[in-house]
Design a binder for this molecule. Structure first.
Ligand code: 3Y8
Ligand code: NAP
Length: 243
């Protein structure tokens, strides 16, 4: 009998959990516990780190996990790296459910940078109204460019004031709509949008809005991950976990 562990936190992970529940395949979804109210799921959920690779190895063995599905966000590089190491050690089969990265299309004005530090460095110009749609974890890095007016979109209200002298906080979680994002950008007279290349549909809206408004986008490329089996489709994952 399969016993699946899904590393979640994405739209695709939630879709997989619905499919596993419908197929009556025993599975557990794992959240890190980053946000106050993670999305309810149709299968049992565990919340919290495992304790590095050793902790994940212990969990896989204690829970007799038969397959590990890494459906984390493409920027969750540490979790994905740990999943590769722990499954190499235990022999538990691993597949990653990922989404294709976004590519610029007609009308897009992208400036692609390799990582967060390069994005910060790219903002060394005169003050602008900038939409930082990258969440909470990396905000402090942008204190190196205090001259801008930042529009911050966060899942939860920040526990401490972000270290940015001029900022406005919007509390909202995706998925978002292009129409609402366009209105938000116009209200705040946004001149530049900073985005991770997350892929998927949950935060595509800001790119669609930027395209309609002819705004430039500073696009942060995904971190490198160790090689592992990957798929973009639920069907492949369901076949993998029932093989
Ligand atoms: C805790 C669990 C689902 C999953 C929905 C997706 C879409 C909506 C869009 C913007 C971009 C951002 C952020 C974002 C999106 C989906 C997906 C996605 C981006 C939740 C969730 C958890 C998190 C963690 C959170 C991070 C933050 C990143 C906000 C649930 C809502 C910016 C990534 O305050 C914090 O500490 C937030 C941390 C990691 C990145 C950061 O650096 O701050 N996601 N997001 C997961 C856990 O505890 O394990 O409640 O659903 C999930 C979702 N957020 O099932 O429908 O699939 O990507 N998440 C980015 O892409 O840039 C918002 O504002 O335009
Ligand atoms: P990360 O930097 O790759 O992971 C840091 C540590 O957090 C991991 O080593 C692990 O701790 C713990 N962790 C991460 N994801 C976990 C999970 N699903 N279940 C249990 N523990 C987890 O991860 P992150 O970027 O902070 O992402 C955290 C969560 O938010 C993930 O579920 C991810 O899918 C989701 N998310 C992230 C982003 C983003 O932009 N990074 C966007 C949307 C959703 P231990 O070493 O102790 O096991």
């Amino acid at each position: 009998m399969p016993n699946i562990l899904v590393l979640g936190g994405t739209t695709e992970a939630s879709a997989l959990c619905r499919a596993l529940a419908e197929a009556n395949i025993p599975a557990t979804l794992s959240y890190m516990g980053r946000v106050e109210r993670p999305k309810p799921q149709p299968i049992p959920v565990r919340i919290g780190g495992f304790g590095g690779v050793p902790g994940l190895i212990q969990y896989l063995r204690d829970q007799q996990i038969t397959h590990l599905v890494d459906a984390t966000h493409p920027f969750a590089a540490q979790m994905s790296t740990n999943a590769v190491a722990a499954t190499q050690e235990t022999g538990v089969p691993l597949i990653a459910l990922t989404r294709p990265k976004w590519e610029p299309g007609p009308g897009d004005r992208w400036h692609q940078v390799p990582d967060m530090a390069a994005a910060v460095a790219a903002l060394s110009g005169p003050p602008q109204n900038i939409m930082l749609a990258i969440g909470r974890m990396h905000l402090a890095q942008f204190a190196a460019q205090p001259q801008h007016n930042y529009l911050l979109r966060l899942v939860d209200a920040p526990t401490e004031v972000p270290p940015l002298p001029h900022h406005t906080v919007i509390i909202d979680r995706g998925p978002f709509s292009a129409e609402a994002d366009r209105a938000l950008m116009q209200t705040h007279q946004i001149a530049l949008v900073v985005s991770k290349n997350a892929g998927g549909t949950g935060s595509l809206s800001k790119l669609q809005a930027a395209r309609v408004l002819g705004l430039p986008v500073l696009m942060i490329e995904r971190p490198l991950l160790p090689p592992r089996q990957e798929t973009h489709t639920l069907a492949d994952v369901l076949a993998f976990v029932t093989a």
